[in-house]
Design a binder for this molecule. Sequence first.
Ligand code: OGA
Ligand code: MN
Length: 304
Amino acid sequence: MLTFEPTGTHLGATVRGLDLSKPLDAATIGEILRGIGKYQLLRFPDQKLDPAQHRDFAAQFGHPPAIRGRLAIFTAPGVAEINILSNIVVDGQPTGATDAGVIWHTDMVHNPTPGFANALYALKVPRRDGKRLGGTEFYNLRAAYVDLPADIKEKLKDAYGVYTGENYTSIERTPFPEYGTNSHKAHKKEPVRHPILMTHPISGEKVLYCDPGHVDYIDGVPPGERDALLKFVLAHIMQPKFHYVYDWTEGDLMMWDNLSTVHHAVLDFGPDEHRLIWRCQIEGDKVFDPAFLARTVDAVRATA
Ligand code: OGA
Ligand code: MN
C-alpha cells in the first residue's frame, strides 16, 4: 500500500510501498501526481534502480529529454536521459558534472511548456563526522504566492517572466562568474514567457513562478516598475520561511516539482567527499495535457 508521510514542514513527503523499478499503473501514477501537487517534493527511499529503470520511471510523468551539449559526456552508458552528477575523478578524469545547481534556479524554464519535475537518484552521499553533506535546498513558490501582499498580486496578475537565455545570474543578481562569460550559454534558447502567477496544472493552485537565475525581466507591468517588481519578487521568494534543505540518503529517488519550487545545490563538501547522483528531467508535456490528468489524477480523485 502506498503511504505519504509529510515532513512536517512546508515542503515534502516520504512515499513508501512502491518499487519504482517496475511500471506503475494509471492509478498509482495519479496518486504520485496528486502527492506532488500537495507536497511538491516526494522522497521514495530504499530504491534499487539501473539507469534504464530510472529513465522509465521518469517517462511515466513526462518526456525525459536526452542530455545534450557539454553535459552529454556525463550520461549513463546507453541511457542518454540519465545525467551523472559526480565529483569523483578517476585517473585524472571527471566522471560526472560538478556544476548542477550552482545558481538558484528551476529546471527547463526555457522550454515553451515549462518543465515539470526532476527525479534524482542518490548512489553516494558525502558525510563528515556522521553528518550528511551535499544536500539540495529549495524555496517554496506556492507558499511564496500565498504570502504575497494583495497589491503585488494585483500588479502581477497579467505579468510574465521573460527568459531569453542571456542571463545566468547568482542570487545577488550579478552574473555568476562561470556562466557570465560563457558564450555557449548566452542566447542558447528561443525567448519564452511564462506567467509569474502560474496556475499549477495538478493542484490548480497559484504559484509565484520566477526563476532567480534565469529570468531577464518581468513583462506586463508598467515599464517604470519592472526592475523594482523583479527585485521584490526575488527577495520575497528567497526568505527563510520558504526555505527547505533536503538531505540525501543512498537509495533515495527524490522527485521535485520544478513548477512550484526553485533549487540550489548545497556545495559544502570537498573533493574527497564523494557525491554521486543520477538525474533525470521530466518535461511538462504530460502534466499540461488535460487528457493525461483525466486518466491519472482525476481518475484517482473520483475513487478517493
Ligand atoms: C539539478 C540540480 C542540484 C543538486 O539536478 O537540476 O540543480 O543538488 N541539482 O544536485
Ligand atoms: Mn537544477
